[in-house]
Design a protein around this ligand. Structure first.
Ligand code: ATP
Length: 274
């Protein structure tokens, strides 16, 4: 089931407080979400509703977490898919799936008695990449269907819809996607700085027995360039090292070994790519 979660809907429990760092991104996102929460007030001022929010930034920085937290914050159902799920050999299948995704979102909202739904599309660049030299692609219909769905989101409908998308290649996106009324809000979800790394490490070390000798501040210092996902992986690896050594607590050496392992993993990934 997990492997085939196309259009699966959930009521997310992720809260913004569970996301380390990203203070600026969280503030910007919450501001945008107020359009959904306080839509009546916005309408009274004739303000156009926000339909699309683009989260851009490197892999593993918490874009999916942000989208889930957005759904929790606005008490919306959350329906998600990845751009690569829409790439199909047969023309029209991808477009059909997009239609279904939006239908599922509306249905799930009604079923769960929610007033709003967030549709999240990860790796949007897979279906929304630039059309070079006007060339036609087999997935143009998919992109067009997405644009049609977004243009058709009306405030006067019974379920308010918001589309969120994530990419780590924003500059590759087709300008049609970025026009007003589509993904016109862009939020940068960047790699964490030292302070943010400390916050993320603290979050992921919460449920682990840390030796008093461990300084997460030092770990944060030593992990320049790590993403949130890598920091999560690092705390998990440190716990595995401690367990294997029969140590009751996670010691500084376990963290050091885990840092090396995550860095090495990166290196072998890069070598494999060459
Ligand atoms: P991708 O672009 O690869 O899809 P993403 O930006 O959507 O990645 P997530 O899927 O949100 O990243 O993050 C993966 C995991 O990494 C999370 O489930 C979480 O454990 C950890 N993580 C990433 N960023 C953070 C963060 N800012 N705070 C806490 N945990 C984080």
């Amino acid at each position: 089931k997990a492997a085939n979660n196309k259009g699966s809907s959930t009521i997310p429990t992720t809260r913004f407080e569970e996301i380390g760092g990203q203070e600026h991104a969280k503030t910007e996102l919450k501001e945008a979400l107020d359009f959904l929460l306080y839509h009546e007030r916005m309408e009274a001022y004739g303000i156009r509703p926000i339909k699309g929010i683009l989260l851009a930034g490197p892999p593993g920085t918490g874009k999916t977490l942000m989208a889930k937290a957005a759904a929790h914050y606005t008490d919306s159902v959350f329906v998600s898919a990845s751009g690569s799920e829409f790439v199909e050999k047969y023309v029209g299948v991808g477009a059909q799936r997009i239609r279904r995704l939006f239908q599922d979102a509306r249905k799930a909202a009604k079923k769960n008695r929610k007033k709003s739904a967030i549709v999240f599309i990860d790796e949007i660049d897979v279906i929304g990449g630039k059309r070079e030299g006007g060339q036609q692609r087999e997935y143009d219909q998919t992109l067009n269907q997405l644009l049609t769905e977004m243009d058709g989101i009306h405030v006067d409908g019974d379920v308010r819809m918001l589309v969120m998308a994530a990419t780590n290649r924003k500059e590759m996106l087709d300008p049609a996607l970025l026009r007003p009324g589509r993904f016109d809000r862009h939020i940068l979800v960047d790699l964490p700085d030292k302070q943010a790394r400390l916050q993320i490490l603290t979050l992921h070390a919460r449920n682990k027995p840390l030796s008093p000798d461990v300084s997460l501040d030092k770990v944060a210092q030593d992990t320049f360039g790590f993403s949130g996902a890598q920091l999560e992986s690092l705390t998990n690896e440190a716990a595995i090292y401690a367990l294997r050594q029969g140590s009751e607590q996670l010691e500084p050496a376990h963290f050091q070994a885990a840092i090396d392992k995550v860095m090495m993993g990166e290196k072998t990934d890069r070598e494999a790519a060459h």
